[in-house]
Write a protein that binds this ligand. Structure first.
Ligand SMILES: Nc1ncnc2c1ncn2[C@@H]1O[C@H](COP(=O)(O)OP(=O)(O)OP(=O)(O)O)[C@@H](O)[C@H]1O
Ligand SMILES: [Mg+2]
Length: 266
């Protein structure tokens, strides 16, 4: 079997020594995490362990206090200048530069946050038109294609209030995809859904993974982790307690805290 040395591949996401405080509260306590291109990372852990905060640091929704976050090798939120003597000075990026970085990362939340006064199609085409300056006709073509991809070709003219939670979440996924992201972050995308609607959203996410999208997913859907995940990361108290192949971690957790958590959710 020929395998390429892993160090030859630039990680899609590389987090090193990440610390995050909210005032006195030390929420992320030295996170190191590598996400390979085209892989699915599933983040689990108790409430308050820092999962959402970690995603928000990758997406620059939260400034970080120490460490580095790189996406495709590029520092997030900062620019490195290597001085003649080899020392490195960090410069903050401008708002415009940060917005450009953020536009490459799609995010889907527990609450779908669709614009209520816009149809499904308008929700999907809004960002490409407003942020990327895409023409209306091209945006419409793209929007129709994406809504078809998430199984909503027959709902393009519906308003969010006329859609089920699962359908709304699929619109939210199509909306994120409309910016042609290279990385998708999902924060408990099915937690707000009635049980019978969870499967249709997970199926869209599975299809996306099969198409090669790099994904980081906070979820308690262990079936999804087992079936689709390339790595499972268990966080507790702002640190990564245990990580590895999902099947191995789920079937044979090495840490007591992982065992206790899995027993509580399974
Ligand atoms: N904006 C904020 N200001 C102050 N504290 C915050 C803020 N956001 C999160 N926290 C705190 O940081 C800690 C981690 O929160 P976070 O939302 O990342 O946890 P989580 O693992 O996503 O939890 P859950 O499973 O409940 O979503 C919690 O103690 C939370 O109260
Ligand atoms: Mg959370």
């Amino acid at each position: 079997m020929s395998t390429r040395p892993s160090e030859a591949v630039t990680p899609k996401v590389e987090i090193t020594g990440l610390h995050k405080f909210f005032g006195e509260l030390h929420v992320l306590k030295g996170i190191d995490l590598t996400v390979r291109p085209g892989s699915v990372t599933v983040l689990i852990g108790p409430s308050g362990s820092g999962k959402s905060t970690l995603l928000r640091c990758v997406n620059e929704l939260e400034p970080i206090d120490a460490g580095r976050v790189r996406v495709d090798g590029e520092l997030i939120g900062m620019r490195e200048e290597v001085k003649a003597d080899g020392s490195i000075v960090l410069h903050a990026l401008t708002d415009r530069q940060r917005a450009a970085q953020r536009a490459r990362i799609g995010m889907v939340f527990q609450r779908f946050n669709l614009f209520p006064h816009m149809t499904a199609l308008e929700n999907v085409t809004e960002a490409p038109v407003q942020v990327k300056g895409m023409g209306r006709a091209e945006a419409r073509r793209l929007g129709l294609e994406l809504l078809e991809r998430v199984g909503l070709a027959d709902r393009v003219g519906h308003y969010p209030s006329q859609l089920s939670g699962g359908q709304q979440q699929r619109v939210a996924i199509a909306r994120a995809l409309a910016m042609d992201p290279e990385l998708m972050l999902f924060d408990e995308p099915t937690s707000a859904l009635d049980p019978e609607l969870v499967g249709e959203v997970l199926q869209v996410m599975k299809d996306l993974a099969a198409d090669g999208m790099t994904m980081v997913v906070v979820t308690h859907e262990m079936g999804f982790a087992r079936e689709v995940g390339d790595q499972l990361v268990f966080m507790d108290g702002g640190v990564i307690c245990e990580s590895g192949d999902p099947v191995t971690v789920l079937d044979d957790p090495q840490q007591e805290r992982t065992r206790a958590f899995l027993a509580s959710v399974l």
